[in-house]
Design a protein around this ligand. Sequence first.
Ligand code: C2O
Ligand code: CU
Length: 547
Amino acid sequence: SVRCHYDFFIREANYTRLCSEKTILTVNGEFPGPTIFARKGDVVLVNVHNQGDQNVTIHWHGVDQPRNPWSDGPAYITQCPIQPGNTFTYRIIFSEEEGTLWWHAHSDFDRATVHGAIVIHPRRGAAYPFPKPHREVPIILGEWWNRDVGQMLAEALSSGGDFQPSDANTINGQPGDLFPCSSDTTFKLPVEHGKTYMLRIINAALTNEFFFAIAGHRLTVVGTDAAYTKQFTVDHVFIGPGQTKTVLLNADRGRSNHTRYYMAARPYATNPLARFDNSTTTAVLEYIDAPQATAMSDIPALPAINDSAAAEAYSVQLKSLASEEHPVDVPRLVDEHMLITIAVNEIPCTPGELCKGPRNNSLAASLNNVSFEMPSTAILGAYYTSVLLGVAKTNFPDNPAVAFNYTTDDLPLDLRFTARDTRVKVLEYGTVVEVVFQDTSILGSESHPMHLHGYSFYVVGRGAGNFDRHKDPATYNLDDPPYQNTVSVPKAGWAAIRFRAANPGVWFMHCHFERHMVWGMETVFIVKNGKAEEAKIMPPPPNMPKC
Ligand code: C2O
Ligand code: CU
């Protein structure tokens, strides 16, 4: 049933942060953008009117869009961008998702400011698998650049060098009290003593993974991405870009000395070669019914910026709820085993570039040593009309079980080089796929948030070092693994995911660090139509944008 329509007007607006004003791209003038509300099973239409002066697309991150890749959004993968002055109507088909997701621009670096929450409530008459909270609040973690992000992207790509780090991390668009000219606008969450609040935490940052905590309070995790988890209580949450964590907060400190508590987020950053804004962004939890004046807490303790053990300790606690109402269905038998190596590389500098990368080359990134090159027309349209040839090659390489020792520090120099190409992987409908993402230390090992469009997947295993296909599968959790759309692959380690390719279409898979994505750390799965009519890609809507 179509629940409702939203109108998204893409337009520029002036915003002031860190003492200076700049023009940013927004939806409806809002930053962060409007929240979309739905119930499980709804269909929501969003008319996106491009009133800006650049091409744009919108992606509904974590929504499977069964049989409807046309509305998925990534530019040049499923659609040509919406040009200035044009409108495209996205049809968002919610099927199994329930919980917290988000939407964001999927063109250039537009998602820096063009993003917002998606809240998916249970079906009418159904309830949460826990008592209903008093209030629900999106907490969107992001980044702010004083510079124009589009310009920054263009400069970095033409120079072959690294990107500028952001100037501030943000909570709901605000850097918080620790930044200049920011304390008046710090995000404040009013709470009443004795009540429970649901925080829908979204990491919308372009480059940062985060630790998040609230002083004086513990957080009970109840969901990740759009699925419920077994509850566990933590001092801090770890969240990669693209991920969401739904947590419950017990407001039980309104009768203590402090009545205002800092919430804070700080990056977890693992590549020593990259530059990061490692500053702490803050917001305030404010007891509005406190008997006395408003003393302020300290900033909550957060793990150190390179505390991989803390990140991993959090990730291994994630388990699916696996209840009668929210069952898991983990595939036991795998048809297609893929080992995908993740690398930041260098690529010989092309004439005319500035070549500011390592050893006067350009920075690049790859999966299985292919640095994905964006085509100039959408792969989905080309595939659907049988003219894929010339747009993409269907020979994304298989990686031999152990091609080299991925995670040592002294890898041979020639492994650093990759080549650009548009190579995709074709899957028969219904294939059970296991992907083992293997981080490498080619230009420095690093944790990578790997995201798949069109599917959620079970994260069946994770570990340090090189994946061992003889030993490691014995450690898999096939009973209640977490169900996610973005997995944090551990630095110098691996993560294994499983999904059944029963959603036909053209689906992007990429690192959710934006600079890795534009360097080529991605590929595409083409999942062929099934036999039955209900297993085929829907016909395209009449108003698909043209390239
Ligand atoms: Cu959150 Cu391909 O995106
Ligand atoms: Cu990455």
